[in-house]
Design a protein around this ligand. Structure first.
Ligand SMILES: Cc1cc2nc3c(=O)[nH]c(=O)nc-3n(C[C@H](O)[C@H](O)[C@H](O)COP(=O)(O)O)c2cc1C
Length: 183
């Protein structure tokens, strides 16, 4: 599957790529992937995230609850990839959003392959339309006292407050056929 590399801040200026990333993240979900301590790449579905420039750096910010296996992986390795998956692979996205890397090798179960990264340790997913390599440059925890009560009752009835990872985008790889199609 031929791929094209874009500069980390170049993709933000391509509205079609930003729109596809946003739409898929908000509708079916996209995958973040981080290496576990045993060297297995663990993908997890996310529906929330922000991208843009902060501190003069292109960032892809993601929110992960401490109860996720992924949390320990990112804490251990300090980086992650963000993978925008083709819509045809929605079964895999759903699986990665309902099963845990504690119980499964999710990539093997879903017949997905690793795309080696250039700048970080965690790999991407070879089948993804877009892969962002992100290194953690900052973390921030969601804290109860700073939130309106309805957000706490809707999203944190049992605690498990998200940790927000600020990942600097170091590389962007796009599937060539997808890039040609969306422009
Ligand atoms: C559409 C969708 C979006 C999700 N978004 C998030 C998210 O942003 N943060 C999070 O911590 N969990 C999110 N989850 C839940 C995790 O993907 C799920 O608990 C997963 O099984 C955790 O895998 P892990 O234990 O291998 O890390 C989402 C699940 C779905 C289906």
């Amino acid at each position: 599957m031929p791929r094209v590399d874009l500069k980390p801040d170049q993709w933000l200026e391509r509205p079609a790529l930003a729109r596809e990333t946003y739409e898929r993240m908000t509708h079916e979900g996209i995958l973040i992937a981080a290496l576990d301590p045993a060297g297995k790449l663990n993908p997890m579905t996310i529906g929330w995230g922000l991208f843009g420039l902060i501190w003069g750096r292109p960032l892809f910010q993601v929110l992960v609850r401490p109860s996720r296996y992924t949390y320990g992986c990112i804490e251990h390795i300090g980086d992650y990839t963000v993978n925008v998956m083709p819509r045809e692979l929605k079964t895999a996205v759903a699986f990665c959003g309902s099963e845990s890397g504690r119980d499964y090798d999710k990539l093997a179960e879903m017949d997905l392959n690793v795309l080696p990264s250039r700048h970080i340790k965690s790999g991407g997913i070879a089948e993804a339309d877009i892969v962002f390599e992100c290194r953690v440059v900052h973390v921030n925890d969601v804290r109860e006292p700073t939130f309106p009560a309805e957000i706490i009752s809707n999203y944190y009835p049992d605690g498990d407050f998200h940790r927000v990872y600020f990942g600097q985008i170091l590389a962007v790889s796009v599937r060539a056929e997808f890039l040609k199609r969306i422009g």
